[in-house]
Ligand binder design. Sequence first.
Ligand code: ADP
Ligand code: MG
Length: 284
Amino acid sequence: GRRFPPPWQTRVFTVANQKGGVGKTTTTVNLAAALAKAGLKVLVIDNDPQGNASTALGIEHHSGVPSTYDILINDVPISEVIQESDVIPGLYCVPATIDLSGAEIELVSVVARENRLRNALAAYLKERSRDGQPRIDYVFVDCPPSLGLLTVNAFVTAREVLIPIQCEYYALEGLSQLLNNINLIRAHLNPALHVSTILLTMFDGRTNLAHQVAEEVREHFPDQTLHTSIPRSVRISEAPSYGQTVLTYDAGSSGALAYLEAAREIAKRGALPPETSVDQAVDE
Ligand code: ADP
Ligand code: MG
């Protein structure tokens, strides 16, 4: 069917990988678009000063537009910042502007600096339910490629971590550091945080290397890795310059179908229990 089952509670994902250019933003916007097209309500929080997720969703985000920065620094509620996509109804975005690049430093002296985003999201979800608005089913927080206070805020906000892994050389490099950081967050700030989902991106089935990387990732993370991998596709990389996701830019393309299938898997399988530990697996 074309509609996906709603989760039994709002699922909040942080899309993270300390490497840049591995497909975090691409995965965030295309999974969000696929879930929204399947009838669910989806919120993307752009938590990267680059604002690439906002661009790809066609959301206004020039300097001065109310944004993630205002939520983190100025106590502005999400309801005053959120924008709905013109292209896909039910898809919402909290945009990032260039102002967010200063937040990393400014947050240092802010009270409850690690909890700013979590508190704002909790208040917003509560406000929607109080006002009888339809529930947000999925939240995706798109992160910069670093572990500063912006990413810490995202890890404190989410229950689930989604790690996109590019099927290239050194794919697993840096991963144990990411998993260590997630463990630290779990120990000190957010006991519910766990890696629920791994998605192989930019998979080129013609190369042995891609198959080797995919095999290695599946060996380490058998339960977390989605069966669907995302192929390398020109249509995927073209879509953002039209302010679109590949789901609307070229709905029949291999990239669009792959993201749709990955979203279907995520919707179907639900979250793994927080006890599941993947860091042990990677150390072996
Ligand atoms: P990150 O957010 O991790 O830095 P991006 O999602 O911005 O990574 O992707 C990095 C670059 O790779 C972008 O130019 C994007 O368009 C491109 N890209 C991402 N996924 C694919 C894919 N499956 N096929 C082709 N290009 C891709
Ligand atoms: Mg990005």
